[in-house]
Design a protein around this ligand. Structure first.
Ligand code: NCD
Ligand code: ZN
Ligand code: ZN
Length: 429
């Protein structure tokens, strides 16, 4: 098949290390077919899918179930295994079974998975560290936000901004600092998901300076929205962690530019419009779809002069590939790399309409926004999955798990003689 790319730009397809495709368990919100179709339409060629499905991806049994569901995928994917309190014994099975990364929910969010104690987290980090697989964190401390939400509910707060009051930046920053100390002790590789505040940047910067292998990601909503948008968007804007002050956005933009924040991810979190719009703010589901709108929203910032195309490629493809062990197989256009490509029209303008999204979740905080910079073709391993703004339905099932990734060299467990496993073995000897 030939392609006339006159006037267009050829970019590496986006690698999105943070999507929720909801299958198994919540397929009224999304499934692997609709989620990866949205990715293909958005110029995203590889996604890493989160374990807060039902059942959660907690052992090799659920991993096999998820791999089965993912056979419908249009784009390539990594699969996250869960690191929780009650599945420490399952971690070796998940590793052998081929998970691409781990996810640790330090605080409550969609799926109501209980967050592990700091003790269980430390043992999990010890087990995962030698594999070199990265552990992505939902970094919000459960106990702080449970306390605050209880007190706010007692006081009768029910405005959209009450969600921000329950989860102020200190909730996230405290979690980042604590997890980074555990990573410094164990040598585990960490990724701080959905950075939403300026306050998280301090502990992230400090940990990097100490030599901790820790990376950070942020999402379009934290770059492009702020507290002024709550009045118009109401509960639709509700997301964990919350969209914050304009000064937080400014700080995150600066941190992307200076490399403290490594990448842009979407936290594609589909929920139905009914689940998003509730009279009681505490009852509205958190998150919204993002994988189809990420590239247009960010390229629109290129058009506005806020960043360069080179910045975009670094944050959307190069850094995710490098940090998640996909370099050089994916993430760059060069000999030896997959032809995972987004062909974009930097001059084309479209209006974002939830009704037109390929996600099953027809709701977005960016409804009605005009964006300039559109992926018009998407290729995964050389095959069209989107052509001329149309999904190539024959490419359903073309997506594969990224098992051919260059395995990251194992990092040592820094205090191998003091791990819980070593101490238990000592007791038995
Ligand atoms: C996510 C979801 O719905 O799965 N929701 C969200 O508000 N971000 C979970 C998460 O990433 O915290
Ligand atoms: Zn999260
Ligand atoms: Zn998420």
């Amino acid at each position: 098949e030939s392609l006339d790319a006159t006037g267009l730009h050829v970019l590496p397809g986006a690698i999105d290390v943070h999507v929720h495709f909801r299958e198994p368990g919540y397929t009224h919100k999304e499934d692997w077919e609709t989620g990866t179709a949205a990715a293909a339409m958005g110029g995203t060629t590889t996604v890493f899918e989160m374990p807060n499905t039902h059942p959660p991806t907690r052992s090799i049994v659920e991993l096999r179930q998820k791999q089965d569901a993912a056979k419908k995928a249009y784009v390539d994917y990594g699969i996250y295994g869960l690191l929780a309190e009650d599945n420490i014994a399952e971690l070796p099975g998940l590793i052998k079974g081929g998970v691409n990364a781990f996810k640790c929910f330090m605080g409550n969010t969609f799926g109501n998975l209980p967050s592990p104690s700091t003790g269980a987290m430390l043992e999990g980090f010890e087990i995962i560290a030698p594999t070199g697989l990265r552990i992505s964190l939902h970094a919000e401390t459960a106990s702080i936000m449970a306390w605050r939400q209880k007190r706010l509910m007692e006081a009768g707060r029910n405005d959209p901004l009450a969600h921000v009051a329950a989860r102020p930046a200190v909730v996230a920053a405290e979690a980042v600092a604590r997890a980074a100390i555990l990573a410094e002790w164990t040598g585990a590789r960490l990724h701080v998901l959905h950075i939403s505040s300026g306050l998280e940047l301090g502990p992230l910067r400090d940990a990097k300076a100490r030599g901790v292998d820790i990376t950070g990601g942020t999402c379009p909503c934290y770059l492009l929205l702020d507290t002024r948008d709550y009045a118009t968007l109401g509960s639709v804007i509700r997301v964990n962690p919350p969209v914050r002050e304009a000064s937080d956005s400014e700080a995150i933009w600066a941190a992307l530019k200076d490399g403290t924040v490594d990448l842009v991810e979407t936290d594609h979190a589909p929920h139905t419009p009914e689940e998003k719009t509730k009279a009681v703010i505490w009852e509205a589901d958190c998150g919204f779809p993002g994988v189809e709108t990420q590239m247009p929203l960010m390229l629109n910032e290129v058009a506005r002069g806020r960043m360069s195309v080179e910045d975009y490629v670094r944050w959307s493809a190069e850094n995710p590939a490098k940090r998640f062990g996909l370099w050089p197989v994916k993430g760059r256009i060069a000999a030896g790399a997959h032809a995972d490509i987004a062909v974009v029209d930097l001059a084309r303008t479209e209006t974002i309409r939830a009704a037109a999204l390929h996600s099953r979740a027809k709701v977005t905080p960016f409804e009605g926004k005009d964006v300039t910079g559109i992926p018009v073709h998407t290729l995964v391993r050389g095959r069209f999955v989107q052509k001329d703004r149309t999904l190539v339905t024959e490419a359903r099932g073309h997506g594969q798990q990224v098992t051919d990734v260059q395995r990251m060299p194992a990092s040592a467990v820094r205090n191998a003689d003091k791990t819980l496993a070593a101490e238990i073995a000592r007791a038995r000897a």
